[in-house]
Design a protein. Structure first.
Length: 350
């Protein structure tokens, strides 16, 4: 049943014995119009009597302060998005009802009750809202920089130069998932929740193990140091392989089924200590890696890098030593321009 505000106000005045004769006549006329009206008035009177208030019991609320606090709460801006459309409109509705239909002497009482209800509702909605919000953390390494990161579950990652990783500050109850661009070495603690490393074109799934992921230019490689890893395309879980210790696999765009090869994992994860190893690595991939590791710029004559690939280990060498070795292998020479960039070109072009 919907009751107009003017009749609610008359009911309250009658209960407080503050109603005038003309108002009493209007109220009586309304009460006899319907049994529901009379029942409504009786319920209101019974509730008021059980609250044990009388007209001479002045509530001891600071009315102006309560109204200011209520207005501040209603208009408050949160640092996150507003938690709920319902929340804002409930509070506005409460204020409108109090201001329009409740007798001034009763406003503090009803206001106090409504403030408690409003704050309770707001707190519940905010907690519910925030509990479903995932806060992400992003870590980026510059050239020549490496970074050790700990995940919320105790797992760790070593992020190589020129790489980035994104992960939630708190993993969900169903899974642990991070996004990687570049290269990183993971040591994942065992947990019933699967641990996923997502790259642009591949997905690596483990429960607890140690492995290395390299992902650049739509190519993703995974090599395993310990445990087992499921390696698959992001477009299809059916295109997957299981990798174990000292196995490596690669996924590129358009590949149907990744192949598995043997590898000396310890050798190729030596980048964490400054030892760089390559196996049949195209010069077009080798040069950017050296640039990231040493923070330099290297220009190669386009005709010189078409069919060259690098195999070898560079153990704590400076960049000049590495380039000298490359020049010796491919009959090239190294020079530097006015900007300090390195230039590699065939000796015959000098």
């Amino acid at each position: 049943m919907t009751v107009g505000s003017k009749y609610i106000s008359l009911c309250i005045k009658a209960i407080q014995n503050e109603i005038s004769d003309p108002e009493t006549k209007r109220l009586q006329k309304w009460l006899v119009q319907s049994p529901n009206n009379k029942a409504y008035f009786d319920r209101m009177k019974d509730t008021w009597e059980r609250m044990n208030f009388s007209s001479n019991q002045a509530p001891t609320f600071a009315v102006e302060a309560e109204w200011q606090e209520f207005e501040r709460m209603r208009n408050r801006e949160y640092t996150v998005n507003r938690p709920s459309y319902v929340d804002t409109h409930i509070l506005m509705g409460i204020q409108n009802v109090i201001s329009k239909i409740i007798h001034p002497n009763l406003r503090p009482v009803y206001l106090a009750i409504m403030l408690i209800v409003g704050f309770t509702i707001s707190s519940y909605i905010i907690r519910s809202y925030l509990s479903h919000q995932v806060v992400y953390r992003t870590c980026v390494t510059a050239d020549k920089q490496k970074l050790q990161i700990s995940f919320p579950d105790g797992s760790t990652v070593c992020l190589n130069s020129g790489s980035s990783i994104r992960f939630p500050e708190t993993f969900s109850k169903q899974k642990r998932e991070i996004n990687l661009r570049g290269e990183a070495y993971f040591e994942v603690v065992k947990d019933k929740r699967p641990f996923y490393v997502i790259t642009d074109n591949a997905k690596t799934k483990v429960l607890g193990t140690a492995f290395n992921v390299w992902s650049r230019n739509n190519v993703t490689r995974v090599m395993v140091k310990e445990g087992r890893v499921q390696f698959s395309s992001t477009t299809s879980d059916s295109v997957s392989v299981i990798l174990v210790k000292d196995k490596i696999s690669q996924i590129t765009n358009g590949i149907k089924t990744p192949t598995i090869h043997n590898i000396d994992t310890d050798r190729f994860i030596g980048w964490r200590e400054g030892r760089l190893s390559f196996e049949k690595c195209p010069l077009s991939e080798f040069i950017p890696e050296i640039e990231r590791q040493y923070g330099v710029h290297i220009h190669v004559n386009p005709d010189s890098s078409q069919h060259f690939s690098v195999t070898g280990t560079f153990d704590h060498l400076d960049v000049e030593q590495i380039l000298d070795s490359i020049c010796l292998t491919f009959d090239m020479e190294s020079d530097r321009d006015v900007n300090g960039d390195y230039l590699l070109q065939p000796k015959t072009e000098r």
